[in-house]
Design a protein around this ligand. Structure first.
Ligand code: ZN
Ligand code: ZN
Length: 376
């Protein structure tokens, strides 16, 4: 990507009175998407950025939301149409945000921005500028900006998010947890570890309240705390926190994989096909369970990032802990399985099966996964 698109300014309020505004930067637009004819751009570059970030997946879905609606004489029909439109928008918010979240976890920051912008705009359109529903989109935009090295832009989005949360006493705990985590991430980038640790303590507190103390969704905060101690050379604390993170992911992945290999056995018998090819995904094919699937994909991406990073640390230790390595390798095989990266699953399975002291239950789980892959 070129330099220019890294420096997009995203105004939070959209100027009124101008007829056509760029989808991405809200500046006056003079290009139109020829496919939907309801989306505008200031230049080809923004069009391309938007296209590859989100628009290719939602281009056609935007048409019914943006074309002027014909007058319907019956109030009942009008009500029904409003209801339909509302539901489509809600669905689009979920969808665009989950796509953005996934790119974010994969480190594709540039590509995360258009989806997050689309969801942000839709939330503003539906719920106004004070809605707590804005926060997840602000957080993605902040994280993406940070990933692109634009710390002041990241700070701006986080301040928006914080301000919105302060005004919403009923803010859901997972959002609070994520907000504190992201504030901490920015402080880590700035080298302010003390402040970061304080915010990560809040993150862990709210996540534990919501999900329970052992849940993998709490592990993100622990992982960052461990990284800080690791950087500070406090290896004892870092070590036990990394173990905790691995244990949380291990339990979670095991549960998901076991469930999946059971259910899919049934699907194979019933002849159901497994479809979630991301190249062909569009909102039309987006169903309720796809939100779940997208969230799963996002957590798979997080799992990969976290587990590979711990794996790297463990392998470089002077006396590697083999049991811990086995546990991480098992996690990695499961993550790749869920991501349908079967070659990599095979690599890890071979590696694990070559270990003499491998736990029998684990061995049978590996065999079940391999059996499942062969059946496909
Ligand atoms: Zn633009
Ligand atoms: Zn279009």
């Amino acid at each position: 990507m070129s330099k220019k698109s890294n420096n997009i300014v995203y105004p939070l309020a959209f100027p009124k009175g101008t007829k056509y505004l760029c989808e991405l930067c809200q500046k006056p637009a003079n290009k139109i998407c020829e496919r939907c004819r309801v989306t505008y751009y200031c230049d080809t570059e923004h069009q391309q950025t938007d296209w590859f970030g989100i628009h290719e997946k939602i281009c056609q879905s935007l048409i019914p939301l943006r074309v002027p609606l014909p007058f319907l004489p019956s109030e009942e029909e009008r009500k029904k149409r409003d209801e339909d439109l509302k539901n489509k928008k809600l669905q689009l918010i979920e969808y665009t945000r989950s796509i953005a979240q996934r790119y974010l976890f994969e480190g594709d920051y540039q590509r995360a921005i258009p989806g997050a912008m689309t969801s942000l705009k839709l939330v503003i359109e539906m719920f106004g500028l004070k809605s707590v529903d804005l926060v997840p989109s602000y957080l993605i935009l902040g994280e993406a900006s940070q990933g692109l090295g634009n710390l002041s832009q990241a700070q701006e989005y986080l301040s928006q998010a914080e301000w919105t949360v302060i005004k919403s006493p009923d803010c859901p705990l997972p959002i609070l947890s994520k907000l504190y985590r992201n504030i901490a991430m920015l402080q880590i980038a700035k080298g302010d570890f003390d402040q970061a640790l304080r915010n990560l303590a809040n993150d862990v507190y709210y996540a534990s309240e919501e999900f329970g103390t052992e849940n993998y969704q709490v592990s993100g905060g622990y992982f960052l705390i461990a990284n800080i101690f690791f950087k500070q050379g406090k290896m004892d604390v870092a070590d036990s926190l990394y173990r905790q993170v691995v244990t949380m992911w291990h339990a979670h992945l095991r549960q998901v994989v076991n469930k999946k290999t059971e259910i899919s056995e049934l699907d194979t018998i019933l002849g159901k096909k497994d479809e979630d090819d991301r190249d062909t995904e569009t909102l039309d094919k987006f169903k309720v369970q796809d939100t779940e699937r997208s969230n799963e994909l996002a957590s798979e991406a997080e799992a990969k990032k976290v587990l590979y990073s711990i794996y790297e640390i463990r392998r470089n230790e002077t006396t590697p802990d083999n049991q811990e390595l086995t546990k991480i390798e098992h996690c990695l095989s499961m993550v790749h399985f869920l991501a349908k990266e079967y070659d990599k699953v095979q690599n890890y399975t071979d590696l694990l099966e070559s270990k003499k002291d491998l736990d029998e239950i684990l061995r049978s789980e590996l065999q079940r996964v391999i059996y499942f892959i062969r059946m496909k």
